[in-house]
Design a protein. Structure first.
Lengths: 376, 92
């Protein structure tokens, strides 16, 4: 969620910030898959005390009151919440566009019908590859066939279908086949998202970071497919920021557009912010309005006042907003530093050395062992 | 490349696209997966008429009734762009 809504800029100064556009509700971190690039926190076991149905319904309602227009239901695997349809129904009552982000495991015909009746607007199904052997190895569990069946169910019920494929060293060479599979399934959109190195992906970075050569080949394929499929299937390609010159304007700015609530009720501006040294803000203890407008968690990196050089004096400071705070913290231990993927960052060597390692030491190996995330 | 729009075609919102008034910001928006498209008054007026029953010609006529002189080619160009982005689909 870093690339849309370009029309809107974050509110500065002492006025109340404009409300969020979207609520990302991470309903549970339990998951039947064990993907090694999962963005969930390493300490998944600490998130078992999940919010109740009534809590989530209140969060959704408060988010809509703040101005949110969309509600992304994610996880973990949100279908593991038996009350998912109740939460969807509340979000729809509030006028929110509801988006289910799912592995598709548990997306049975009866469950699909229940969600359809509740008014769910859109379904995004993850695929790990275009064929079962690789897909199941990356997912850590036999799942490919059920994903394909679920994708067909989505289309049969008249929903728009988005496929999401996280790209990395072990599957990026198959982008062409992945696109063909998406076409075959009648997908409306496919997101080809290069791995971002947080959570489990950070731990598995050596086995996941692709080589320059792999990326160049994938980009040629994607460019040709965009041209060929224009007007039929939308292709969103999320560039790998380790290979970029400038950082991404993460989340469209800290506390500017998106509001994330995790299974235990902590609210954060970004889904990777669990480990930042900021006071927690929890929906069990405070209103969403206070959290969004006044909490230290959301105020810390709003606007540009928090920046150090080189960001502070950079002409691009309103363009990329300093990049990603979570990445700066993960790589340097200081969340106020320039995102090290920026070539102007004094810490850029940390990224360069990871990139060099991905292009040299491991040769052409694309099957290095992965550390699987636990299911719960 | 621009998509040509047939005057007899019948436009409606694309699959999974919803239009609503964003009350807290007092504007109309299209809601899509992962995206919010902010509409101006002209866009809102055109899209409110894309109901799956009116033809493009009917829409131009309705806009002329309401606003006087409305250039047909501008409505066609606007709808063509939306069709290309799949925010609107033609049913015939």
């Amino acid at each position: 969620m870093t690339r849309d809504d370009a029309e809107q800029s974050p509110t500065m100064g002492t006025e109340k910030p404009e409300g969020p556009l979207g609520l990302l509700a991470e309903l549970t971190y339990r998951c039947p898959l064990a993907c090694a690039y999962c963005s969930n926190p390493i300490e998944i076991a600490a998130y078992r005390d999940e919010l109740s149905t009534a809590d989530w319904q209140r969060v959704v309602t408060e988010a809509a009151d703040l101005g949110a227009l969309q509600c992304h239901l994610s996880g973990g695997e949100p279908l593991l919440r038996r009350d998912l349809a109740d939460i969807v129904a509340t979000a729809r009552d509030q006028g929110l566009y509801t988006n289910l982000v799912t592995s598709a495991l548990g997306f049975t015909a009866s469950r699909a019908a229940e969600l359809h009746d509740a008014g769910l607007d859109h379904v995004q199904v993850s695929l790990q590859a275009d064929e079962p052997t690789l897909s199941d190895r990356i997912a850590g569990t036999p799942s490919f066939d059920r994903k394909i069946a679920a994708a067909r169910t989505v289309r049969e019920l008249g929903w728009p279908l988005t496929l999401n494929v996280v790209l990395h060293r072990q599957n990026i060479d198959r982008v062409d086949q992945v696109l063909a599979a998406a076409e075959d399934l009648g997908a409306d959109r496919i997101e080809l998202a290069n791995t971002q190195y947080y959570g489990w992906a950070w731990r598995n970075r050596t086995a996941l970071l692709p080589s320059r050569e792999q990326l160049a080949a994938a980009e040629v394929t994607v460019r040709a497919a965009k041209e060929r499929l224009r007007g039929r299937m939308e292709i969103i390609y999320v560039v790998p920021d380790y290979y970029a010159t400038y950082p991404k304007p993460c989340m469209g700015g800290w506390g500017a557009r998106q509001l994330v609530v995790v299974p235990t009720g902590d609210a954060m501006p970004c889904l990777a912010a669990h480990e930042l040294p900021l006071p927690r803000a929890n929906v069990r203890e405070a209103s969403l309005r206070w959290i969004w407008e006044d909490s230290p968690m959301f105020s810390a990196f709003r606007g540009t006042d928090w920046m150090q050089d080189p960001c502070r004096s950079c002409s691009r400071r309103e363009v990329d907003l300093g990049g990603c705070r979570c990445q700066a913290f993960a790589l340097t231990g200081d969340a106020t530093r320039t995102d090290p993927v920026c070539h102007l960052s004094p810490d850029h060597g940390l990224v360069e050395s990871a990139v060099e390692a991905a292009n040299e030491a491991r040769g052409s190996r694309t099957d290095l062992p992965l550390v699987a995330r636990p299911h719960a | 490349m621009t998509t040509t729009v047939d005057a007899d075609a019948v436009p409606r919102l694309g699959r999974g696209v919803r239009m609503r008034h964003d009350t807290s910001r007092d504007r109309h928006v299209l809601l899509l997966p992962e995206t919010v498209v902010v509409l101006n008054d002209t866009g809102t007026a055109i899209l409110e008429l894309c109901d799956g029953t009116r033809t493009v010609a009917d829409i131009v006529a309705a806009l002329r009734e309401r606003y006087g002189d409305v250039p047909e080619e501008q409505v066609h160009a606007y709808l063509g762009r939306l069709v290309e982005r799949r925010h609107v689909e033609m049913t015939k």
